[in-house]
Write a protein that binds this ligand. Structure first.
Ligand SMILES: Cc1cc2nc3c(=O)[nH]c(=O)nc-3n(C[C@H](O)[C@H](O)[C@H](O)COP(=O)(O)OP(=O)(O)OC[C@H]3O[C@@H](n4cnc5c(N)ncnc54)[C@H](O)[C@@H]3O)c2cc1C
Length: 434
């Protein structure tokens, strides 16, 4: 008899965890409260366009955990590599290439020639761990003795990778750890053909092909414990028993689930941390507007536009174009209702770089408060562990959990970690080894 695992939450973390275990012979049940799988990685079809709720950029493809999943199971990922020479900064009065390649570094106007050499040296120091940051020191402070151009560029880069307009608040060790990985990759940014939906479907197929059970519209309401062991979880429609449980739902949901137990306080700290939130403004156009860039970052207001359909033609009707604009928000801006101002700002940036877009507009999707990451990695905000000592058969995964990278990389790496722990200690594994 194979061991039973119940996975709660059908976002990228839950799907990848369930698929890996099902592929390795576990009897898996995946429970998702929504009618559709995918969580924040869903696609929204509208008038022939396929809007991704979130972007589907994968950073450091050759070191990414998706590559590992791909090598272990029949996961289909249609990689579409980003063209770095088409990435530009909008500096207000001029546009200039990003120093994302050697050629970009040579051509960019964000650095003078002396600082270009210095920047290359900074990259070298980061890659070789000569520069590691310092515990308790934020990157804004850590870089304060750097020349203004270098500091400004490093914070701008961090702003776009961490989806934040407060890059100076990123802990310096995390900053250097992140960029050590990113600078050492041959493919810093890639997209996925078919968007996240293709990955969602592929994980779901692996679960079902291996006898796994996927139950949608099943909100998990309660956990029942015997001492420190979880024995049963209670859903809206049914109850479920298993040997191991992986919870891929955010801390606030976990706090509700464990409300009647002494374990609720495990989650309170993480529930109170602030998320990374943005304004998203996607437009679907009837025909392409020619542009020298596929990514333009407006530096003054920290807004970027990506021409998604340049990389993934499947998201548009023939000849059409789909672009995504993202403006970062911090807690004060949300409280002060600045999201509406950002919408107007984004439209003006579209006017500047995609003139005529209003006449060609077929469909648009605006979200004034999209949660990119449940726990924003700034200051003393910590990510949640994948496992607590006090709950032996419970595991946790999601972009609020400890792992590598940021955004979905955290979902995937924590899911990989949780499933590795189950497989390492499982009797099923012992049988396989014997
Ligand atoms: C605008 C935007 C842009 C983004 N861009 C990128 C990008 O370029 N690159 C990148 O890597 N990432 C990006 N992301 C982030 C990425 O989408 C997320 O990190 C990832 O999808 C999170 O997956 P998850 O499984 O960890 O969490 P979620 O997607 O939140 O999944 C949690 C799931 O649990 C379900 N659930 C909750 N409570 C219960 C319950 N009680 N019972 C049953 N089910 C429950 C929810 O319905 C949900 O499906 C972006 C996100 C947004 C919003």
């Amino acid at each position: 008899m194979s061991e039973k695992v119940v996975v709660v939450g059908g976002g990228l973390a839950g799907l990848s965890a369930a698929a890996r275990l099902a592929h390795n012979g576990y009897q898996v049940t995946l429970l998702e409260k929504a009618p559709k799988l995918g969580g924040r990685a869903i696609s929204i079809p509208l008038k022939g366009f396929n809007f991704n709720f979130g972007a589907h950029a994968i950073y450091a493809r050759d070191k990414s955990i998706l590559r590992k999943f791909e090598s272990e199971m029949p996961l289909h990922v249609d990689w579409k590599d980003f063209t770095p020479s088409k990435a530009f900064y909008d500096m207000g009065t001029f546009t200039t290439p990003m120093p994302a390649t050697l050629e970009g570094l040579y051509r960019t106007k964000v650095l003078d020639s002396q600082n270009k050499i210095r920047f290359a040296y900074e990259v070298f120091k980061t890659m070789t761990s000569i520069e590691r940051g310092e515990d308790g020191v934020l990157i804004g402070d850590y870089l304060k003795n750097e020349p203004e151009q270098i500091r400004d560029l490093l914070l701008t880069v961090a702003s776009s990778n961490f989806f934040t307009n407060e890059p100076e608040k990123i802990p310096s060790p995390l900053f250097f750890q992140y960029y050590k990985r990113l600078f050492s990759t041959n493919r810093a940014v890639s997209y996925i053909g078919g968007g996240w939906q293709a990955i969602v479907d592929s994980f779901a197929k692996i679960i079902e092909d291996n006898g796994g059970n996927i139950v949608t519209k099943e909100k998990v309401m309660e956990v029942q414990l015997e001492g420190k062991w979880i024995r049963t979880i209670v859903g809206k429609n049914d109850t479920y028993q298993a040997d191991h449980f992986i919870f891929c739902i955010p801390p606030k949901e976990l706090s509700n689930l464990f409300a009647d137990s002494s374990y609720q306080n495990y989650f309170t700290e993480y529930q109170n941390f602030s998320p990374t939130q943005v304004v998203v403004y996607d437009i679907g156009l009837s025909e392409r507007i020619a542009s020298p860039y596929t990514y333009i970052y407006q530096k003054a207001h920290r807004v970027f536009i990506t021409d998604i359909s340049y990389y993934d033609e499947t998201c548009v009707p023939k000849g059409g174009q789909l672009t995504q604009a993202i403006a970062y928000l911090n807690a004060e801006e949300i409280a002060e209702g600045k999201a509406d101002e950002k919408v107007v700002l984004i439209e003006s940036i579209y006017d500047k770089h995609f003139p005529g877009w209003r006449e060609k507009l077929v469909a648009k999707r605006v979200s004034k408060k999209a949660t990119v990451q449940e726990i924003k990695c700034i200051e003393d905000q910590r990510l949640m562990p994948v496992k607590f000592y006090g709950l032996p058969n419970a595991f946790f995964a999601g972009d609020w959990c400890q792992g590598e990278g940021q955004l979905s990389e955290l979902s995937f790496t924590s899911a990989y970690d949780a499933t590795s722990r189950i497989m390492k200690n499982s009797s099923l594994n012992q049988t396989h080894l014997a």
